[in-house]
Design a protein around this ligand. Structure first.
Ligand code: HEC
Length: 184
């Protein structure tokens, strides 16, 4: 089913949702290499989907590709000293994700890989992935998430010290609720 006009226009206007306006790229970047010897979860685009199908804790949508979703939920429900298990995927909206890689993967980012995504309602593609080099709105993902620090495992939410993003919660809700992958 194609999107009704209004949400598609809104998606097109959204800075973070270029796919609604054009075709998806065919090629995806390879997972950022991991040199450590712990468990790792490089995750592919097929691991990402409709955020409404993830577990929701407050403003976080999360799951764990190594079967540790309950442990990840327990971390998000705790009062601080957050450290998510390897394999955790966290999203706030459909086109940006954080993926917890193996121990020692990237000390600067708390072992998170930052990922941008696009979808056409059926197919999901990874458009960029990396650590301190992935660009967000105005600055890198990592620079803006850094103030949340180790205490919150670099997860910003709205009260962990990060500079707010120039988009309203209403836009995010629209992006989530008009994600055509959710209806399938
Ligand atoms: C200008 C600062 C800024 C930039 C740049 C930024 N973020 Fe965020 N991000 C935030 C804030 C603030 C939130 C919390 C939004 C909320 O829920 O109120 C957030 C939320 C998130 C979340 C949900 C978990 C959380 O931290 O609350 C993910 C996942 C995420 N961002 C990924 C990314 C990715 C990937 C990039 C780069 C492509 C990026 N962000 C760039 C500030 C930023």
């Amino acid at each position: 089913m194609s999107l009704p006009i209004a949400p598609r226009v809104l998606l097109c206007l959204g800075l973070l949702a270029a796919a609604a306006c054009g075709s998806l790229p065919e090629d995806e970047p390879a997972p950022t290499p991991y040199d450590g010897d712990g468990p790792d979860a490089p995750a592919l685009s097929s691991d990402f989907g409709c955020v409404a199908d993830y577990r929701r804790v407050g403003g976080l949508y999360l799951k764990n590709v190594l079967g540790l979703t309950e442990q990840a939920v327990a971390v998000a429900e705790s009062d601080g000293d957050w450290h998510f298990p390897v394999g955790t995927i966290i999203q706030g909206q459909p086109n940006e994700a954080m993926l917890k890689r193996g121990p020692g993967f990237s000390p600067e980012t708390g072992d998170w890989e930052y990922i941008t995504l696009d979808n056409d309602g059926t197919r999901t593609v990874i458009t960029a992935r990396g650590t301190t080099d992935v660009q967000g709105v105005g600055q890198t993902c990592a620079a803006c998430h850094a103030p949340a620090g180790d205490q919150w495992d670099y997860i910003c939410q709205d009260d962990h010290g990060c500079e707010p993003i120039p988009a309203s919660p209403v836009l995010f809700e629209t992006l989530r609720s008009s994600d055509a992958r959710c209806a399938q």
